[in-house]
Ligand binder design. Sequence first.
Ligand code: GLP
Length: 241
Amino acid sequence: MKIVVKKDYESMSKAASEIFIEAIKVKPDITLGLATGSTPKGMYKELIKVHKEEGLDFSKVKTFNLDEYVGLSHDHLSSYGYYMDNEFFNHINVDRRNIFIPDGKAKDVEKHCREYDEMIINAGGIDLLLLGIGVDGHIAFNEPADALSVKARIVRLAQSTIEVNSRFFNSIEEVPKTAITMGMGSILKSKKIVLLANGVNKSHVIKKLLKQDKVTPKLPVSFLLLHPDVTVIVDELAYNG
Ligand code: GLP
């Protein structure tokens, strides 16, 4: 696992964007795994800038998002589908047919999850995956548990996640209690992984990760220690606390 410490949020975002820009240039039909939340917003801004100013081409890029809240439709202001349009997809030339986000309104969620996994396999797997990290060490919505599932599935959100994510909703009551998440299988089968963390509230979990020499489902991010190509980019606040 490679650790890169950057001075601040802007330089963390820029460093991450450079990895994505280079990868898209090398493989224009790349399959990306994409994250939501506060952390990747700056990186998406950088990619949009390079698209607008230098013509970075997304027309052949395929994207799979990590997760979505159950019960929220794509046009719900707090859904990850809406977030992705707003923060990224509406500002680049990605082909809508190449965008895949779990459907929070799927009638048969189990079938939908199976199909999501199959679509990732049919796309040849994820070439480059972007991850954030929850304060409890979750990646996507793989929350700490006795065992972690390999497959995409519906999960119950940890109370701490509901509390932390309530900032994206009008009230904590509005935060869905369940979500669809990409499984640990698709995450760990990604060819290259970039994990971003910024801010003092992430320093505790980043310190834990950097000290970690065991994999444990109690700290889902610890499974990244088994992966051969993970770059963790953090700002000084997340690194030093
Ligand atoms: C959320 C998402 C994750 C995200 C993480 C960090 O709950 N499910 O995919 O990476 O928690 O979010 P943030 O970047 O807002 O701190």
